[in-house]
Write a protein of this length. Sequence first.
Length: 377
Amino acid sequence: MAERTFKMATLNVELRKIVDDSYEIEIGHGLSQQLLHDLEAGLIDPVKRIAVITDETVSPLYGEPLCDALVVEGYQADLFVFPAGEQNKTREMKARIEDAMLTAGYRRDCCILAVGGGVVTDLAGFVAGTFGRGVPFINYATTLLAAADASVGGKTAVDTPLATNLIGLFHQPKKVYLDLDTWRTLPKRELVSGMAETIKHACIADEEFFEFLEEYLEHILALEEAPCEFMTERNCEIKYQVVMQDERESGLRETLNLGHTVGRAIETVSGYRLLHGEAVAIGLVAEAHLSHRLGLLPEAEVKRMTTLLSRTGLPTQIPDYIDREELIKKLYTDKKVRNGRVRFVLQDAIGSVVRFDENVYATPVEEETVRKVLEEI
Ligand code: NAD
Ligand code: GLY
């Protein structure tokens, strides 16, 4: 028999993809009928099973009514409810929701409807990204913070004991509903917390929007329709303009992190005594001081930012119970750390962040400089 010769082969698996993840953001008042109409019109066709994921506070207000309405319309829908609060945005809670869905018979042919604030949309979006290797999801945002930021852009995640949002994936929703009527049941502190991400957007991209916030702050906090609608629209525009250019945060999207390098660290070190927006507000002030110390941002602009945040009812100083050294250490859990150095997004004006190089929007800052700023505020 002739001797066989074996040759190692190199196989080429060609999997170039063109993906269309486009979606609509609907801003309005009482959008449950619109959601039902969109489903009827084929938003998630051919899926008929919908897992409504919400938290214990939002469930009786909006989760249950939406779930009931879906059942009336002929969908197979079930509620999956977890305890409210940042401390529940964990891998363990994700596993519990997944197990509950599996036990209830959910498989790949389902859609997830996230009803709630940023904790719900982040967690439910992450469940959707991995359940059955990925199922579609819809965000129905019920907080100002989720409307301003969390429900748009496709970042989903959970927190770990080390820091927030360390484990997650990019998974874009099929549609986002921003129901401004839901803000009426929000506790004042939560409403105010949501304003921090709004002020962040103005600081990054739009001085006129900042002026609008200065002028209409009291009207917004009183939930007057027109200013709230305008603010929500402008928030979305600023955010999706960035996301459309840099979905995976290879450069420009880092600008949306303004205030978050310090903010996320404070949020974790506070043990979640501070709400996300409150921590971001302190982070915005700290990083504005940093920009000033580095000769980029005039002091008057730092004052103007601090004044608006403070008028909103947001904290602008690091609380005494935060250990400054622990805070410095926590900065190194930031995703912008490169080669062991913490990098910051910096402003040169209200409405403008510094571009350090082509597609580079964050820069390393000496730890000593950061320490001085954190001692100052
Ligand atoms: P949240 O979801 O915890 O909501 C705040 C509180 O308000 C909760 O207790 C909730 O039960 C309650 N609530 C929600 N809607 C309500 C309503 N209409 N009426 C009464 N109570 C209501 O938190 P949040 O402030 O909405 O969002 C913060 C989270 O968002 C953080 O985890 C943060 O990391 C995340 N986030 C994500 C992104 C992103 O791009 N994915 C961006 C910004 C923030
Ligand atoms: N909230 C920051 C981002 O979406 O990138």
